[in-house]
Design a protein around this ligand. Structure first.
Ligand code: AMP
Ligand code: MG
Length: 332
């Protein structure tokens, strides 16, 4: 079975082609790049995705060396995400499904980050740390859903890094710049905000911007931002491990690439006899293969397509709203 997955929740328009052994036949993408010092508006994202979508699709098919006739399932990110951006991928998916008479699957974006992480690392039943430009959640599988044990109460961590780096007039994405600068930094005081199992990043981000404007070195601000944010997340993840009794931690989402985050989580896992898994870099940030893989899981376990009339995007579709009906079939 072959699934073609379309990703368009935010900055990236991607098309990935995957078979039912999760071999990635191709994974093409084009990411919107704002000018220095700027972010993006929803309309700019949609315009970008409309312009690049045909080339990304054609490149994915030719890289996989297949034709639309060889595809069984068309999968697309149905949410959560930025509505204008989501609609571009959804429109293309519906068009392809109708024109070529294919099965349509609407995929939850957060679930796709988790499932690709599990299959590509071999992690079976982890506490999941999902950190990206649009989400920050600590989850674990309980009774048929990926339940959220802790999450950000305001902005996602990747967004906090990106805004800070924009203020420094450095290029996007912000996370790798923070990681690079932090290597030569020392600590300046920043607030540490954990409330129960939840975290907050806006206050820390505002304080970090203020420190930077008050002539603290970029390196020191970046180092402190990393230390504080990652310590908060490691604290909450440790409590989720203790509460659930699970023995694995899986890092997914764009921020999972960060070596300092990985080191902190590794120390905590070693102390608790748990094992740390990190999603491979090529599947950490948004891409079509993640979506295509959940399309296969969903279609194989349900055996039916999403009705076009129910394929409207849902920009607020939470990870813990998805029934993981394929899990029992796959997890030994
Ligand atoms: P995603 O939303 O999953 O595509 O991930 C993109 C986010 O990951 C952006 O906010 C980036 O700044 C962040 N990111 C990427 N690489 C790193 C890194 N090495 N350290 C921290 N954050 C990162
Ligand atoms: Mg994402």
């Amino acid at each position: 079975m072959i699934s073609l997955g379309i990703e368009s929740t935010a900055h990236t328009f991607g098309v990935g082609i995957v078979n039912d052994r999760c071999e990635i036949l191709s994974n093409e993408k084009n990411t919107f790049k704002p000018e220095l010092g700027r972010g993006f508006t929803p309309t700019e994202l949609a315009d970008h995705h409309y312009v690049v979508c045909k080339k990304v699709l054609d490149d994915a098919l030719s890289e996989a060396d297949i034709k639309m006739g060889d595809v069984d399932v068309i999968s697309f990110s149905r949410g959560m995400g930025i509505p204008n951006a989501l609609k571009v991928g959804a429109a293309l998916a519906r068009y392809l499904a109708v024109k070529y008479k294919k099965h349509l699957v609407g995929v939850n974006h957060g679930t796709a980050h988790i499932e690709i992480g599990k299959i590509k690392t071999g992690s079976v039943d982890p506490v999941i740390v999902y950190l990206s430009g649009g989400n920050s959640q600590i989850l674990a599988y309980v009774d048929g859903v990926y339940r959220v044990f802790g999450e950000t109460m305001d902005i996602p961590i990747g967004n906090a890094f990106d805004v800070l780096v924009r203020e420094m007039k450095l290029p996007m994405p912000g996370g790798p710049e923070i990681e690079r600068l932090a290597k030569n930094g020392t600590y300046v005081d920043l607030p540490y905000v954990v409330k129960g199992m939840d975290v907050s990043f806006t206050g820390i981000m505002t304080a970090a911007i203020e420190r930077f404007k008050n002539d603290h070195k970029e390196e020191d601000v970046a180092y402190s931002m990393q230390e504080v944010c990652f310590s908060m997340l490691t604290e909450v993840t440790e409590r989720a491990l203790a509460h659930t009794g699970k023995k694995e931690v899986l890092l997914v989402g764009g921020v999972a690439a960060n070596k300092r985050l990985q080191d902190m989580m590794k120390i905590m896992c070693n102390e608790r006899n748990a094992k740390l898994y990190v999603v491979p870099q090529e599947y950490a940030s948004d891409n079509g293969a993640n979506i295509a893989w959940v399309g296969i899981l969903d279609y194989k376990s349900k055996g039916k397509s999403l009705d076009i009339l129910e394929s409207k995007v849902d920009s607020k579709w939470r990870t813990d709203d998805v029934e993981i009906h394929w899990s029992e079939a796959r997890v030994e």
